[in-house]
Design a protein around this ligand. Structure first.
Ligand code: NDP
Length: 257
């Protein structure tokens, strides 16, 4: 039986709360076991998959599911605010699934377990954001001129630019053939160890402000929990590995944390 509108709305709300709970539980778990990929990659977490196809495949559902839902012509999909907000989500994941994997250099393999978790996350969140924006989010006329939309959109764009720029700095730390680690410098790395993660967190909080939906806020909080934990691990790892690591650098939020 197909879910009625109010039933699906309730389901989306429960899934949004579930996403926050998942993020909080992951942050707790990640205090003891670092997320096993990249520098913490380990054969204990399943067969090693080559990083490029793993990134592309695991992120693809967050691109394809919302596009499919919008193409099916949800009740709200034709409204301009909904189109633009779905566009923001899709642009991010078009970059993450199709461009980012081609740019990574000498990435460490992704363990199978990490790949499956990321894939499930992208299906879950792709459905949550895609369905909410194409079917249920309603905006008053003039929303595109509302300070919440404008500020949120600027936050999303700035965050994405910081994320891409910071990942670019990290990639260029290695010469062809190298696979070791160096101290990242320049851009937002002058302020925080997790500059790419700061960009991504800003991006999704900006998106949440522009959307004003419980689903988008849940995604922003989940990103904060997960990437905040990863940034903390990287920060401690740098401090242990490099004696000359800049002591004034914060973990992930410039000047604050
Ligand atoms: P990392 O910062 O751990 O690594 C990014 C890339 O840079 C990897 O190829 C890594 O190589 C390389 N690298 C990192 N630090 C150094 C260094 N000091 N010296 C040399 N090379 C380095 O980022 P993630 O892989 O965790 O994430 C990649 C992107 O995905 C980010 O933009 C992040 O925001 C996003 N992401 C988003 C999530 C979300 O919940 N929305 C979840 C996870 C990631 P190596 O692989 O060899 O370590």
């Amino acid at each position: 039986r197909r879910l009625s509108g109010p039933e699906e709305r309730r389901l989306l709300e429960l899934l949004a709360y579930g996403l926050v709970a998942l993020g909080a539980a992951s942050a707790l778990l990640l205090r003891f076991v670092p997320m096993p990929y990249g520098r913490y990659s380990s054969p204990r977490f399943g067969w090693p998959l080559p990083a490029r196809p793993a990134w592309a495949l695991q992120e693809l559902p967050s691109l394809l599911v919302p596009l499919g839902l919008a193409a099916c012509g949800g009740a709200a999909a034709a409204a301009w605010p909904n189109r633009l907000l779905l566009g923001c989500f899709v642009v991010h994941y078009a970059h993450r699934a199709l461009i980012f994997p081609l740019l990574i250099r000498e990435g460490k393999p992704t363990p199978f377990f990490t790949f499956v978790l990321a894939l499930l996350f992208c299906v879950y969140n792709g459905y949550l954001q895609g369905r909410s924006l194409s079917n249920y989010a309603e905006y008053p006329s003039g929303w595109l001129k509302d300070p919440r939309f404008i500020t949120g959109f600027i936050g999303w764009l700035t965050g994405m630019a910081i994320n891409i720029h910071s990942d670019h700095i990290l990639r260029n730390l290695r010469k062809p053939g190298e696979s070791g680690y160096k101290i990242p410098r320049g851009g937002m790395f002058e302020y925080v160890s997790g500059a790419n993660f700061f960009g991504e967190i800003l991006e999704w909080f900006g998106f949440a402000l522009a959307c004003c939906t419980v689903e988008s806020l849940a995604f922003a909080l989940c990103t904060l929990f997960i990437l905040g934990s990863r940034a903390k691990q990287h920060h401690q790892w740098y401090l242990e590995k490099f004696e000359d690591y800049p002591k004034n650098r914060k973990i992930v939020i410039p000047f604050v944390y």
